[in-house]
Design a protein around this ligand. Structure first.
Ligand code: NAD
Length: 335
């Protein structure tokens, strides 16, 4: 792969892809085509020197064939997704993302000169019956089977993983698949219903401070556990995996397990405030406990995501606070 070879990035107006593009441009890549269904003014960020293709629905086969022309590498981050509140109530919409990966793979086979194809799967592909209590040990790659993924979103991920596998086996497309565990950081969704816990809690704390309130609403009893990976670790893992010989799905997540209550403690500490927690027990809360088993990634790369959550949350909180203040003042996002 040369620095002038074409890289196609799907979902470029979103959180992870937008940050990856900035990283790749910084690394000297000069031929990046960034694609998203959203109009350009809704992209979380754009980077100079990139060909941006906005308003482009990659569920449509013709669009995939058009944007994949000449691609040497492709990264598919495009999906209709969000936090638990979104995916529990938009199962059909989540499953329709299958059209994006299907048509992108077909285009990779038929029109590109693809050397590597990356697909972003999720910890939601894991068997949910293994995640019913907080005593759960971390999930290892084989725990996706026997399959009982998160309904809707998770099943789409699992199916698309397998399609990547078979395009590799049958057509020689060099697919690579990471199962992300909750990614967070600047330039992500922080409001509007699709945001995940780290951004949602940051915003709620900022909201409370702004309103002079001492109350915060927490979804569930706060004892559900998760791990959260900072965006820079995510990008590092994606690039390592894409250029490696490891062909099976692999966990890409932090193994620092915390409860939602601990996450709230961190944000309160960062904001120097202590709020009264109102637990909303009937809110969407997802599985009870989930962590990333990093045995395999450490074995393959001698590396794992490692930025401590407290540190990553401090950067994320500051970014969200700046967005919040900018919006209140009627300005657009702050960089
Ligand atoms: P995001 O919602 O910020 O970005 C996804 C982007 O895809 C959006 O900009 C959206 O407009 C675009 N998109 C949706 N449908 C499209 C279509 N039909 N055509 C073109 N573009 C379309 O999400 P993200 O957090 O950046 O996630 C990227 C990928 O990683 C997704 O596949 C997601 O499922 C996966 N993932 C993310 C996390 C996480 O914690 N963020 C965890 C597990 C898996």
């Amino acid at each position: 792969m040369n620095k002038t070879d074409r890289i196609v990035i799907a979902g470029a107006g979103g959180f992870i892809a937008g940050n990856l593009i900035k990283r790749l441009v910084g690394d000297g890549f000069t031929n990046i085509r960034a694609v998203d269904i959203k109009p350009i003014e809704q992209w979380y960020q754009t980077t100079d020197g990139v060909e941006n293709v906005a308003d482009c629905d990659l569920k449509e086969k013709d669009n995939c064939y058009r944007v994949m022309e000449g691609a040497v590498e492709a990264y598919n981050f495009a999906a209709d997704m969000g936090g638990m509140g979104f995916i529990e109530s938009h199962k059909a919409e989540c499953m329709l993302s299958v059209l994006i990966n299907t048509h992108m793979l077909m285009a990779a086979r038929d029109v590109g000169k693809i050397e590597r194809y990356f697909y972003s799967s999720s910890a939601c592909a894991y068997n949910t019956t293994l995640q019913k209590d907080t005593s759960v040990t971390a999930l290892k790659e084989s725990d996706a089977y026997p399959a009982m993924a998160e309904d809707g979103y998770g099943w789409e991920k699992l199916f698309s993983e397998r399609m990547c596998k078979h395009f590799r086996e049958d057509y020689g497309i060099e697919t690579r698949v990471a199962r992300f565990h909750n990614v967070y950081g600047p330039f992500g969704t922080w409001d509007g219903g699709r945001e995940k816990a780290p951004a949602a809690i940051s915003r709620k704390v900022i909201d409370a401070l702004d309103a002079g309130s001492d109350q915060i609403e927490i979804w569930g009893d706060g004892e559900q556990t998760r791990s959260f990976m900072y965006i820079d670790d995510c990008l590092e893992g994606v690039l390592k995996l894409t250029h490696s010989d490891h062909v099976e799905p692999i966990n890409l997540g932090s193994s620092e397990l915390v409860s939602i209550n601990t996450l709230v403690d961190y944000v309160e500490d960062i904001a120097s405030v202590k709020l009264h927690r109102n637990y909303k027990l009937d809110a969407p809360k997802g599985v009870r406990g989930r962590n990333s088993d990093n045995t395999l990634i450490k074995e393959v790369f001698g590396w794992e995501p490692s930025l401590p959550l407290r540190e990553g949350m401090a950067k994320t909180y500051e970014w969200i606070k700046a967005q919040y203040e900018a919006r209140k003042a009627g300005r657009k996002v702050v960089e």
